[in-house]
Design a protein around this ligand. Structure first.
Ligand SMILES: *Cc1c(COP(=O)(O)O)cnc(C)c1O
Length: 517
C-alpha cells in the first residue's frame, strides 16, 4: 500500500498541496511520517547543536553529536509531548538538555556535517606531510585532491545541485558578494542607452550595496538607473506578471536583471526559467543570487539560459560560516568573443579577447598558470573568473559539505522539503484556528504554493510579540531566525530536520504565543 508520505509526493507532482488527515496533529502522526521518510538517515551526517551545547560559553573539547551520540528520540517521548519541556525555562537545565535542538535555521547557517572534521584533518595531515607539494599531489586514502584541483572538484560535485551542463560552468571562489561584484564587472557594462538594473524592492542588504556601488562606480545613479520591483503592499508577494511587465516597460534601457532565486525575507521562490527567458528575449543579461535557493530547490541553470548566478555555501549547503562561495557562468560566455562557435573553454580562441573580467593568476588556464607568463589566457569557462589562490582549508569544507549532497539527489530533497514545510504550514494554520475570534497572532507571508517557496516559512507576528516569542523559543531549544521588527523565519531543512521537529516546534510556538500575549 502506498504510504501517506508517498501520496503527498504524488499530489505535489500533480501540482496539488498535500492534505493532512485529521489525526495529523498528534505526535504519533509526525513519527509515522518520519518512519516513512526514505531520506531520514541523512540526518546522521550532521552535528546538530544540542540544547545544552547552545548554552556553551567555553570550549571543552567536545562536539555535540560525537559524544555518546544522542539518546534515541523515543526515550524522550514525554518531553517531546510537551509534558515537561517548558520546565527548562526556570533553571535552564533539565534532563532533556542533551537532545538535539530544533534547528530550523539552515537558511542562515546550515548544521555541521560530521565529515568536515575528517576532511580538515586530511588537509592538515597532507600539508604537514608533503608541504608545498600538496598543490600538485593527490594522496591515497584522502577524500581530497591536490589543492590545485579542489575548486574544480567542488564544481564537479555541484553539477546536479545547480543544473549545469558541465563542471566548467561552475566555480567555487571568494565569497558571495565578491562574486556578485566580479560578475557585474563582466556582465553589467552599461551604455548610454542600456544602463538600468532591474532588481526587487528589498534585496539582501549586501546585494543592495553591491548594486548601488556598481552604479556609482559607472558614474550612474540609482535614482535614474535602478528599477525596483514592488510587492503587493499587504502580502509582500511579487506577482510574476508584474516582473514581466516591468521588464517590458524598461526593455530597451535595461542592461541587467538581477533577482534572488528566493527572496530572503518573504521566502518567495521566483519563476526563474520564465523570467530569465522573458528578459533574455529583450536582450537583457540575467543574473540570479541563489543564496537561498541552492541546496533548497531544484535548479537547471544551463537549460534555463541564466547568464550568471552566485551563491554562498554556508546556508543550505552547510559548508560552514563564511566558506568559499559558488558561481555559475553560462557556456555561451565561455567562448572567444570573435568566435561564433561555442568552445567549452577559453584556450582555443585567439588571445586576449574573452569576456572582459577582473582577472588574477588563478583564472589563468591551469596548463600555463605556473609558466608565469605576462599574457592572460583564461581557464575554461567559469574557472577563468578565479582571481586568487583559494584557501585549501576552506575548499575542504565545501568539498565535505557537497559530498553529503552526493548521497542523495536534489529532486528527492526537494520533495521531502515540500512535504515537511507543507506539514509545518498545516500545523501553523491549525494554531490560528485554535485562536478563533482574536486578531491572529501571526500571518504567513511566504507564498502558499509549494512551487513558489523553498523550505522557509516567514511568519509576520502581530506587533509587539517578537521579543518575548523569540526569548521563549530560544529557551525551549528552538533555533529560528528573527528579523526585526516582526518576522520569524522558520526553516525545517529536509537534509537534517524531521517531522517530529516540526511537531515539537508547533508545541513550543503555541506556548510562546500564549506567554507573549
Ligand atoms: C546570505 C546572503 C548574502 C551574504 O553575502 P556574503 O558575501 O556571503 O557575506 C548576500 N546576499 C544574499 C541574498 C544572501 O542571502
Amino acid at each position: 500500500m502506498e504510504s501517506e508520505y508517498q501520496s503527498f509526493i504524488k499530489a505535489l507532482r500533480a501540482g496539488k498541496k498535500p492534505e493532512f488527515s485529521p489525526d495529523s496533529k498528534s505526535i504519533d502522526y509526525a513519527r509515522k511520517l518520519d518512519a516513512q521518510d526514505k531520506l531520514r538517515a541523512l540526518r546522521n551526517n550532521f552535528n546538530i547543536p544540542s540544547r545544552r551545547s547552545l548554552r556553551t560559553r567555553a570550549l571543552d573539547g567536545s562536539t555535540p553529536g560525537t559524544v555518546a551520540a544522542f539518546p534515541p528520540r523515543e526515550c524522550h517521548a514525554d518531553f517531546a509531548l510537551g509534558a515537561v519541556s517548558h520546565q527548562t525555562s526556570s533553571n535552564g537545565k533539565t534532563v532533556d538538555d542533551d537532545r538535539p535542538s530544533i534547528y530550523f535555521v539552515g537558511n542562515s547557517l546550515g548544521a555541521q556535517p560530521k565529515c568536515i572534521r575528517q576532511y580538515l584533518d586530511a588537509q592538515l595531515e597532507a600539508w604537514a606531510s608533503i608541504g608545498v607539494n600538496g598543490h600538485f599531489t593527490s594522496l591515497d586514502n584522502s577524500p581530497l585532491t591536490a589543492w590545485q584541483d579542489m575548486a574544480a572538484d567542488c564544481a564537479q560535485k555541484s553539477v546536479d545541485l545547480v543544473g549545469a551542463a558541465s563542471p566548467s560552468e561552475v566555480i567555487y571562489m571568494n565569497t558571495l558578494t565578491v562574486n556578485l561584484h566580479l560578475m557585474m564587472a563582466s556582465f553589467y557594462r552599461p551604455t548610454a542607452k542600456r544602463h538600468k538594473i532591474i532588481a526587487e524592492w528589498k534585496p539582501f542588504p549586501s546585494d543592495s550595496y553591491a548594486i548601488s556601488s556598481q552604479l556609482q562606480w559607472h558614474g550612474l545613479s540609482p535614482s535614474t538607473s535602478l528599477i525596483e520591483i514592488q510587492p503587493e503592499p499587504d502580502t509582500l508577494y511579487i506577482p510574476t506578471e508584474r516582473i514581466l511587465s516591468i521588464i517590458d516597460e524598461h526593455a530597451d534601457s535595461t542592461a541587467l536583471l538581477l533577482l534572488p532565486g528566493i527572496q530572503y525575507y518573504t521566502g518567495q521562490l521566483f519563476n526563474i526559467p520564465l523570467i530569465t527567458a522573458h528578459a533574455r528575449r529583450h536582450g537583457i543579461t540575467v543574473g540570479w543570487d541563489l543564496a537561498h535557493a541552492v541546496g533548497n530547490v531544484e535548479l537547471a541553470l544551463h537549460e534555463w539560459g541564466v547568464d550568471f548566478a552566485v551563491w554562498c555555501t554556508y546556508k543550505y549547503l552547510n559548508a560552514g560560516p563564511g566558506a568559499i562561495a559558488g558561481c555559475f557562468v553560462h557556456e555561451r560566455h565561455h567562448h572567444h568573443l570573435n568566435d561564433s562557435k561555442v568552445v567549452n573553454g577559453g584556450v582555443e580562441g585567439k588571445r586576449g579577447e574573452y569576456v572582459p573580467r577582473l582577472a588574477g593568476w588563478y583564472g589563468a588556464d591551469k596548463a600555463v598558470r605556473f609558466n608565469m607568463e605576462k599574457e592572460f589566457v583564461p581557464a575554461a569557462g567559469a574557472h577563468g573568473w578565479q582571481v586568487s589562490n583559494p584557501s585549501a582549508m576552506d575548499l575542504a569544507c565545501v568539498g565535505a559539505a557537497l559530498s553529503v549532497f552526493g548521497q542523495t539527489r536534489m529532486a528527492e530533497l526537494r520533495e521531502k522539503g515540500m512535504v515537511l514545510t507543507g506539514y509545518l504550514e498545516w500545523l501553523l494554520k491549525g494554531l490560528l484556528e485554535e485562536e478563533e475570534g482574536q486578531e491572529p497572532a501571526f500571518r504567513i507571508i511566504t507564498p502558499a504554493s509549494p512551487l513558489e517557496r523553498g523550505s522557509q516559512l516567514s511568519l509576520l507576528l502581530r506587533s509587539g510579540l517578537l521579543q518575548k516569542v523569540s526569548e521563549w523559543l530560544a529557551e525551549a531549544g528552538v533555533v529560528v531566525d528573527v528579523r526585526k521588527p516582526d518576522v520569524v523565519r522558520v526553516t525545517p531543512v529536509p537534509m537534517y530536520c524531521e517531522f517530529e521537529d516540526v511537531w515539537e516546534f508547533i508545541d513550543v510556538f503555541r506556548r510562546a504565543l500564549k506567554e507573549a500575549q
